[in-house]
Design a binder for this molecule. Sequence first.
Ligand SMILES: Cc1cc2nc3c(=O)[nH]c(=O)nc-3n(C[C@H](O)[C@H](O)[C@H](O)COP(=O)(O)OP(=O)(O)OC[C@H]3O[C@@H](n4cnc5c(N)ncnc54)[C@H](O)[C@@H]3O)c2cc1C
Length: 386
Amino acid sequence: MIGGSLGGLTAALLLRDMGADIHVYERSPHELVQRGAGIGFLPESQRYLTTRAGVALDDIAIATGHIRYLDREGRVVHDERHDYRFSSWNTVYRQLFACVKPDMYHLGHEMIDWQSGDDTVRVDFRNGTQVEADVVVFADGVNSVARQRLLPDAQPNYAGYVAWRGMVHESELSTDTFEMLDDAITYHVYANSHILVYPIPGIDGEIERGRRLFNFVWYRNYMSGSDLDDLMTDNDGTLREISMPPGSVSPRHVNEMRAVAAARLPRPIADVVCGAEQPFVQVIYDLAISKMAFGRTCLLGDAAFIARPHAAAGTAKAADDAWSLVESLETYTDVTEALVAYEAKQLVVGRNLMERTQRIGRRSQFDGTWTPGDPELIFGLKAPGQ
Ligand SMILES: Cc1cc2nc3c(=O)[nH]c(=O)nc-3n(C[C@H](O)[C@H](O)[C@H](O)COP(=O)(O)OP(=O)(O)OC[C@H]3O[C@@H](n4cnc5c(N)ncnc54)[C@H](O)[C@@H]3O)c2cc1C
């Protein structure tokens, strides 16, 4: 397994459970940390932990019961009953990582090359190590080096906007703000933008009231070229392509973002945005591919399709790829046939998710046709609500 984030870990654990001698090779020299970014936590993302690892959903995710929209003055203009679960990247990673035996997960292993033979694949790492495996799964994320080599024409397309993100401790919010945001995902939609706020576990996974965080995701348009490049140039002057981690966004942009929030967003939402200490930025991309299986190797998760986050389904897609891969490997004795069967199923899932989330994003950021209560906006991997 190349890449040891949520997709790679889930697939590795499932392969281990089916009896494979599986090893995960992760580029990062340290255990991964994403400083708490929230995730809509769909059933596919919950599945390994709740069905195989004996983890109770209530211990790792917050339940909310409403979808709420606020107008500019902070009045509720739409409120519907809908149950969601929210967690955070750290919380889920920590739980999956706890299921892994130490000799199965190898940090500091950046894959730089591989050679496919008839019966095995040889993988080379930057640290000089070489390994041979029967099957290699590339779960190396948005910037997958495997995808770049296997499908050089498949390039991520900038969607025209980024997600500004951040978290604030719920104990730091005023009572009025907390009461407005509690038990809900709360939206505000305006010309060429939308923002959403929801509760997530604390940095160390705390789910008790009073110790949780509120997370915001604010989609804002930036023209490609100098507009985007200026935002994505970090404090050290380095131009970043995919994301600006907490603490790296220039104070000029953070100040601009907070000033717009204070002037333009409903008060409870602006309180969350302005209260976030180290906001960060993720650029939104689309990428569809035509193949996921290549002999004894395959792509999985964001290394395959990149879908915009509007269905809250990125980690669910990676987990669904993992379950589907293992089902195919259990069904077929021939590995290459199994990978072709995996590809046939998951190409459909990836393509549908990408097209659905592209449509939703266009409606919000460019067409101005996003209406509260529209069933298409419900989160879900394979369809809204599913
Ligand atoms: C704004 C935003 C909001 C989102 N919200 C949600 C949400 O609400 N719910 C949800 O489910 N998803 C959400 N997502 C999507 C989700 O974060 C991703 O889809 C998911 O993390 C993909 O997991 P992955 O394991 O495929 O890839 P990644 O998490 O990108 O992991 C790839 C791993 O591979 C490693 N790696 C890379 N190259 C190499 C190499 N050469 N050798 C070895 N290792 C390597 C990396 O270090 C990394 O650990 C959101 C995404 C964005 C941008």
